[in-house]
Design a protein around this ligand. Sequence first.
Ligand code: NAD
Length: 424
Amino acid sequence: MFKLQELIQRHTDELARSITQEQGKTLADARGDVFRGLEVVEYAAGIGRDLMGEYVEHVSGGIDTFSIRQPLGVTAGICPFNFPAMIPLWLFPLATAAGNSMVLKPSERDPGAAMILAQLALEAGLPKGVLNIVHGTHDTVNRILDHPDIASISFVGSDAAGRYIYERGCANGKRVQANMGAKNHAVVMPDANMEATTSALVGAAFGAAGQRCMAISAAVFVGGMGPYREALIEKAKSLKVSAGWEAGADVGPVISPQAKQRIERLIESGVKQGARCDMDGRGIKVAGYPDGNWVGPTLLSGVQPHMECYQEEIFGPVLVCLEVDTLDEAIALINANEHGNGTAIFTGSGAAARRFQSDVDVGMVGINIPIPVPLPFFSFTGWRGSFYGDLQMYGKMGVQFFTRTKTVTQSWKDADSKAIPGLA
Ligand code: NAD
């Protein structure tokens, strides 16, 4: 793992170029994609700590019980398009450091980074056959789901695929963890620092073209939107939409023409259902790239919970804005949403933050932090519709997922050891 860490650091630019070319995100975002995965490789280098078992001496006369953690055998990973380096790195370093082999299926839309990582893993000394990359879509996934030798499945992707994979994988007796979609809300309290909050919202809603499972896609203004409308428009206008490799690009294209059409349709549905389009990113032209899948930053305000643009995960650079009167109403709104991946509150009040952190039914909470993705010594803890399973990805839970506990009870009585002088 130390060697792999060093190799990934050395090849970060190559990985980032591959990601930008295939996925479209800016080179800075692509480097971040690699870096957030690299942190898990660093964590995996210290895996011994999490593999330790437990020991109780003298559970009865001359009898001790202890537990050890052993690998599952063959594990599998099925990855989404939006983090082509980070998600494979959430999975194979911990799986293999815990003693398993892994069959990893990258997204068919951007498999390049996973191929480079597998090459680097070989170079770092991972024995042949321990990490196996397979390509494809539904048929390949079905083969993984049904293969009797595969003991576990780690999935990251959309709700529809995740539910299907969880159900079929579990029905086949496999251990499954499934990270799925999100609708992450940011609550803005009247006492929030306006400049910092505006920057945080714009970065978290429009960065990576909104194609992050931890993107802020809904802003809930307690006490009304007030001057935030103008401030958000002003800040979002300063973002440059262009190809990821162009200097100064902030927002790249979305992944496919179908994704662009879907995002545009959801914006239109918001307008038809009565939302106000304060900033419209549809139909923008980007010099030099007439056929790109461009959607510019889009702001919908006056959004109501029944609207399709609120109900659906848009997965594009669109921020829907809602207004409520109290913090309790904001919490109730978030808790009624089917997803529970991440959320954030912006406030100067410790008491408001504490109430929010305690009462919100969401697995990752940011307090004046828009995208609270935990570092690898914690785990990625989405809740409710955003996660099926029990043990979550990376951190201690990640190691527990890739291992199973064997509990040994042993009897070594002094009287049995007559041959050893002094023991009888
Ligand atoms: P996707 O579900 O379309 O694809 C994910 C993987 O599943 C791919 O490898 C794909 O080949 C496979 N797949 C897709 N449909 C399938 C089906 N019907 N049967 C079998 N296999 C199938 O997801 P995507 O568009 O690549 O990624 C975007 C989604 O991933 C968003 O919903 C986003 O929120 C989610 N995501 C979640 C997290 C998280 O940690 N919660 C992280 C990143 C992305």
